[in-house]
Design a binder for this molecule. Structure first.
Ligand SMILES: Nc1nc2c(c(=O)[nH]1)N[C@H]1C(S)=C(S)[C@@H](COP(=O)(O)OP(=O)(O)OC[C@H]3O[C@@H](n4cnc5c(=O)[nH]c(N)nc54)[C@H](O)[C@@H]3O)O[C@H]1N2
Ligand SMILES: Nc1nc2c(c(=O)[nH]1)N[C@H]1C(S)=C(S)[C@@H](COP(=O)(O)OP(=O)(O)OC[C@H]3O[C@@H](n4cnc5c(=O)[nH]c(N)nc54)[C@H](O)[C@@H]3O)O[C@H]1N2
Ligand code: SF4
Ligand SMILES: [Mo]
Length: 756
């Protein structure tokens, strides 16, 4: 008998509702859930990956332990015994910071790791915490922290009501949206145009999103902050400002006006590669639109002026009066776990930045973590405080982070590597122990993080489809917490979990303005029974959240039970204005001109005078059938022609002697690689592009499908020394490179042999 399960897709930020048909333990079909309150049946080709991932015989279902140099199957007890034997002595001899952690992208979509990852981090007490955030959105988190007081207080374009959408460095038709949870962006963008609105895309590539837009501008990589400053300058100079009622919530408006006046379109045009008249027209149109939103993503973050560009995006939203306004850039009010709706609003502690620094380069901490660009040097630089062991959780940093060759060598020198993962891939092949995680269909799902960035307020919970064949990640994380606190791996998981829920409840009760202020913790915890683990914590967060039942205060309010009865999710309505309540800045205002950002404008100014000697710049690109580094083992997603290619403009191809289908040698300050050439006029002259996440042909990798479609790892070219100074975020776009036909120069012939 086939059974139908409704569940949220965990693979990207769009949170599509899926209909998964099963028979026994077989997945028969995966379809879009037409009744899903948010995605209405939309899905992308990756959704089918749920079936192929379920069937993938390379996916780990038992722990692996390294014995005599080989990773071999082991029982859970044997694996934990090995961890207990190896990890505590490193902590005892070298201190907490000797053990580093890298947390990767899938962890952000995973209820277990969202709630229990921080438990392990606290238990470990290391300052060497690294995540994918510093190869991703950290600049936006820092600018949002400085402006609004919270790293997840990121204004989201209200795409369904805006009439003008300016998109920089994002390709939501392929990525399906990021820091913008909005399934079916093609439909939403078309709808803007159908209601007479305009969509403008700024990208050094003419993307699928650009093809759907009203207008596209090529921009020289890394120059968005200059363009945004010039747009703001035009608005100020030409008297187009419309801050209106926002004014009461702003600090620093005069400072910002003065700052941007120094960047008129005529001064930035050459650097950006966009004519000054065009820049002025773009500014006038954004300013004149009834409802407009400016939105930037990967291309504006993972570059040398990432935090400045992220900030200037919201400066424009403010100057045009579109911040916190219907059809503009708004703050989501999520159902669970959102800091900016906890307790009293309208002010707060603001964000700490640089509370500690990395040992070798002194790069600043942000939101409790250090820039992953510093990880290799923290391992390979001798001295007190050196990293000796690493725990990776749902991450593949050797492929995903800069200067892969150096990081790979650094991994080889570690005393101990533990991975919680589902594959033996480029990174986990270096592990001494791998603890497998359940596949998505074996775990429940609720997108605590991504629902905080959604273009509508929604909530959707999915129970597991299949019974688990491996322990849930939260149990694994609690057992590891036992190891690093000296209690050993056989800790009483239930007792530890009880402690976790008590901490969560206490924290809520001690926050002023809580909906359950004055209630007894024991009473609240009793009301959550018989739930345990992440479900218990989620139920609590939902019930004390803005739509919650407040444990009786609002009997019809949200609970996990209510979500369980709503398999297609609950629509909690369109975004609504949230100023000033959403703010957690000490002043209780939007800080338009935070001091660190103002100071960094000098660096931007210097870019205006930079010599442009005709060199080539490398950018990345995402692909529809790919998910960062880890879905290339699923046959449906890699079939067809080779996709890990170097895009080159025809003029450059001719000048450099590169032919379509030939091979190019690409060199940067960090390393070199060879890639097949694809000549296309969809890329700006002077710019080349390679997608990230490839390069699956290393020894010891157990990815039978992916290694047949290996591609090359573009992060061999990313330079770990180049970071956005405020956020420490890696520069992955706008990397200076030299490009030549392969085989001409006396150079290493393969990517694997290349490197600094
Ligand atoms: N050059 C360049 N580099 C980039 C980017 C770029 O645009 N250009 N983008 C960056 C961005 S935005 C990101 S987010 C990072 C992503 O980079 P990472 O954070 O390294 O994430 P993934 O490459 O997605 O690797 C995910 C890992 O998690 C494992 N995994 C999958 N599902 C699960 C699970 O449920 N549980 C566990 N425990 N493990 C699981 C996979 O096997 C894989 O090892 O890459 C970054 N790197
Ligand atoms: N299919 C698929 N979907 C994904 C992922 C995936 O790997 N595959 N990854 C997920 C993750 S982890 C994330 S973070 C999101 C990212 O979501 P997006 O940011 O929408 O995805 P990208 O395709 O990286 O888009 C970045 C764009 O910036 C452009 N760009 C590069 N440099 C510059 C520059 O200097 N200025 C400007 N203006 N543009 C520039 C690139 O050409 C590219 O088109 O996607 C998510 N969704
Ligand atoms: S767009 Fe994202 S959430 Fe939707 S089906 Fe594709 S991978 Fe899943
Ligand atoms: Mo990402």
């Amino acid at each position: 008998m086939p059974t139908t399960h409704f569940r949220t897709c965990p693979f990207c930020e769009a949170t599509c509702g899926l209909e998964v048909e099963t028979e026994g333990r077989e997945v028969v079909a995966v379809r879009g859930d037409a009744q899903d309150v948010f995605s209405h049946g939309f899905l992308c080709p990756k959704a089918f990956g749920l079936k192929q991932l379920h069937e993938d015989t390379d996916r780990l279902t038992a722990p692996l332990v390294r014995r005599d140099g080989e990773l071999v199957d082991a029982s859970w007890d044997e694996a934990f015994a090995e961890i207990e034997r190896r990890l505590p002595p490193i902590l005892a001899d070298h201190g907490r910071n000797a053990v580093a952690v890298y947390i990767g992208n899938p962890a952000a979509h995973n209820l277990s790791s969202i709630i229990y990852g921080p438990v392990l981090l606290r238990a470990l007490g290391s300052q060497n915490v690294y995540t994918a955030s510093t190869v991703d959105q950290m600049p936006k988190q820092v600018s949002s922290g400085l402006m609004f007081g919270g790293g997840l207080s990121v204004p989201v374009p209200d795409v369904d009501r805006c009439e003008h959408l300016l998109i920089l460095g994002a390709n939501p038709l392929v990525s399906n949206g990021s820091l913008l949870t909005a399934p079916n962006m093609r439909g939403r963008i078309r709808a803007i145009r159908e209601r007479g609105g305009k969509v403008v895309v700024v990208d050094p590539r003419r993307t699928r999103t650009a093809d759907e837009a009203s207008e596209h501008h090529f921009i020289r990589p890394g120059m968005d902050a200059l363009l945004l400053a010039a747009l703001a300058c035009t608005i100020v100079e030409e008297g187009l400002e419309r801050t209106g009622s926002l004014g009461a919530h702003l600090n620093g408006l005069d400072d910002v006006r003065e700052l941007v006046r120094g960047f008129p379109p005529e001064a930035v045009a050459a650097a950006c590669g966009i004519a000054s008249g065009e820049i002025r027209r773009m500014a006038r149109e954004v300013a004149a639109a009834e409802r407009a939103a400016v939105y930037g993503r990967i291309g504006t973050c993972t570059q040398e002026f990432g935090t400045l560009a992220s900030w200037l995006v919201d400066v424009l939203n403010v100057l045009t009066g579109n911040l916190d306004r219907e059809g503009g850039a708004m703050f989501t009010r999520a159902a669970a776990g959102q800091r900016n709706s906890q307790g009293e609003g309208g002010g707060g502690k603001g964000m700490g930045l640089g509370r500690w620094a990395s040992r070798v380069r002194g790069l600043p901490e942000a939101f409790g973590e250090l820039p992953v660009s510093a990880l290799a040097e923290e391992i390979d630089t001798p001295g007190e405080g050196r990293v000796r062991a690493l725990i990776t959780m749902a991450g593949n940093p050797i492929v995903s982070t800069p200067n892969s060759a150096r990081l790979e060598r650094a991994f080889e020198s570690l005393d101990f590597v533990l991975a919680i993962d589902i594959y033996v891939n480029e990174t986990t092949r270096h592990a001494d122990v791998i603890l497998p995680a359940p596949e998505p269909l074996e775990k429940s799902h609720y997108d605590v993080a991504l629902y905080q960035l959604a273009t509508r307020n929604v909530a959707n919970y999915s129970p597991p489809v299949f019974e688990g064949t491996v322990p849930e990640e939260w149990e694994t994380l609690l057992r590891l917490s036992g190891v690093v606190t000296g209690q050993g791996p056989d800790v009483d998981v239930e007792a530890l979990d009880q402690f976790v829920v008590q901490t969560v409840v206490q924290r809520e009760l001690s926050s002023p303005g809580s909906r359950v202020a004055g209630r007894e913790p024991a009473e609240l915890i009793a009301a959550l029974e018989p739930r345990r683990g992440p479900e218990r914590a989620l139920d609590f967060m939902l019930r004390v959240g803005p739509y919650g039942d407040g444990f009786g205060a609002e009997p019809k309010g949200l609970t996990l039970s209510l979500l369980e009865e709503s398999p297609h999710g609950l629509d909690l309505g369109p975004l609504e204005p949230r100023l000033p309540d959403v703010l957690r800045t000490p002043s209780g205002k939007v800080e338009l001109a935070p001091e660190p950002l103002v100071a960094d404008m000098e660096r931007l100014r210097a870019a205006l005078d930079r010599e442009r000697n005709g060199g080539m710049m490398l950018v990345g690109r995402r692909q529809l059938r790919s998910n960062n580094s880890w879905m290339h083992n699923l046959p449906a997603l890699v079939k067809g022609k080779e996709r890990c290619t170097l895009h080159v403009h025809p003029d450059d191809a001719e000048r450099l002697g590169l032919g379509d289908g030939g091979r190019a040698l690409v060199r940067s300050a960090a390393g070199s690689l060879e890639a097949p050439v694809e000549v296309t006029d969809a890329i700006m002259p002077g710019v080349v592009s390679i997608p990230h996440g490839w390069g699956h042909d290393a020894d010891g990798v157990r990815l039978s499908v992916a290694s047949e479609h290996a591609g090359v790892n573009s992060n061999l070219l990313a330079d770990e020394s180049q970071v956005d100074p405020l956020s420490g975020n890696a520069v992955l776009n706008g990397i200076p490179v030299e490009v030549a036909p392969a085989g001409l120069a006396a150079e290493p012939a393969t990517a694997a042999a290349a490197g600094a």
